[in-house]
Design a protein around this ligand. Sequence first.
Ligand SMILES: *[C@@H]1O[C@H](CO)[C@@H](O)[C@H](O)[C@H]1NC(C)=O
Ligand SMILES: *[C@@H]1O[C@H](CO)[C@@H](O)[C@H](O)[C@H]1NC(C)=O
Ligand SMILES: *[C@@H]1O[C@H](CO)[C@@H](O)[C@H](O)[C@H]1NC(C)=O
Length: 495
Amino acid sequence: MHIQTTLLAAGLLPLGYGLPRPQITYEENSGPVGGVDPPFPTFTAAAGDLRGSTNLQGGIASRPPVSGGDSAVVPDPELVNGQEADADLGLYLDFNSATPPNGPQPIRGGQGGTDPGPRTYEYEKLNSDIFAPPGTDQGDVPQAMWPLGLSHNRAGTGKESGWARQQNTDVLPAATAMAGVDMRLAPHAYRELHWHTSSEWALVLKGGVRVAVMNEDGASFVDDVTAGDVWFFPPGVPHSLQALDEGCEFLLVFDSGDFSEEDTFLATEMLLRSPKEVWAKNLQVDVSELDNIPQDQKYIFNGTPAPADIEKQNITGSAGSVSGPDAYTYHWSQQDFHNTTGGSVKILDPVTFPIAEMFSAALVVLEPGAMREVHWHTTSDEWSYFLQGSARITIFKAPEASRTFDFTAGDVGYIPQAQGHYVENTGTEDVIFLEVLQAKKFGDISASQWLALTPRQVVKDTLGLSDAVLDAQPKDKTLIKPGNVNLTAIAAGSS
Ligand SMILES: *[C@@H]1O[C@H](CO)[C@@H](O)[C@H](O)[C@H]1NC(C)=O
Ligand SMILES: *[C@@H]1O[C@H](CO)[C@@H](O)[C@H](O)[C@H]1NC(C)=O
Ligand SMILES: *[C@@H]1O[C@H](CO)[C@@H](O)[C@H](O)[C@H]1NC(C)=O
């Protein structure tokens, strides 16, 4: 039975439910057509309009029939490929083929059970490993996934000038070492001149941006960056960002889990929050020269186009300009990927981008069926972001907990230091994702390489793996493991 029909039968929904509602339009709401004539119905607590009789209390009220009322029976549950396989095999379940209300169902290898509702199917389809977890998931692992699509969006102050939304400990409490912001600037729009207490590392996702920075020595820096490029601003170092002709969207990563976009030091507020007399003295001008300063912060706002010739915006003092190892940008888009079986990887860390002294990142492409191998990071938490595709990650937390999370484009992942994990492409297109660490050098411990480089007898006595398995483990790091694009084929015995 359809869920609404079931609820209707149980008297849980008013009879008018499902019928077209009268449309109430402003300025029409007092007429006889489509509106309600005053006085509007009111409720009085004393009359008990909203409460039932005390005769409904248990022990007094008549008991409901044991059957024939509202039913929790799900008559024809629909199981998708892989759902009947052994739960510990943990195949990825693609619920897109399941048709509500018969599917999806939180069942795996006979574990779980049907779900008569209430429910929102789209969440379950996007998070099948949360809805029907692999049998190997156990215990408690803190929430490690946040979709930026669920973050509150802060609009800029100018007409369609842009927006910003963020992930921090407010929405992902376990993510204590890093936070992220996704920001959009319309063509020529600015992110207002500002600074902050955290370090900022950024990856341009779309379009182009002109950045301008000045450091403590009075050395200045201007540069243009495009999709795939990176910038870094140390704590306290003031900067500006302006979108070039086609606008831009970029991802910011901060080295503090409770960073908030709401808490940056803005140039407008800097002027507004000290006496005008002080600013007149500081700028060595008459107070009247401050008559036209903005009365409120500008944050994200529309601007005049930046001159194509960047030299026109290159202002230097006696300290000159910043370049080379001190540069605040890295043109990562021009670095080739290292291509391997199943995908590609490129790394950016302080070895080649020294100003970002604690930011180490990898951009990883996984072909369908492929997997970023099981690994962990020795000293840092990992903040990750999905640029494309769908994937899943299982986090193994000592001593005996694990949980599997699903990701799609625009989602943030967070894996605490030393906790084991993999990233498996569960979709039909390439997955592209970013891993960011707080480390001087990008690195990880590869589980299979560790097994290959540990005395054979020790591994065999401990894990019951055969010589054939251990012979197959490469002694050099592979980073990515290829696999069958049909993630349920193994259930039928053909991996
Ligand atoms: C800015 O000018 C300095 C010389 O004063 C030069 O070294 C630097 O390359 C210029 N920057 C750009 C982006 O042209
Ligand atoms: C290497 O991988 C990148 C990213 O997937 C891709 O754009 C490029 O075409 C690949 N290069 C070769 C030679 O296959
Ligand atoms: C994947 O493999 C399973 C088991 O062999 C099969 O039933 C299913 O049709 C395959 N799916 C696709 C998309 O080929």
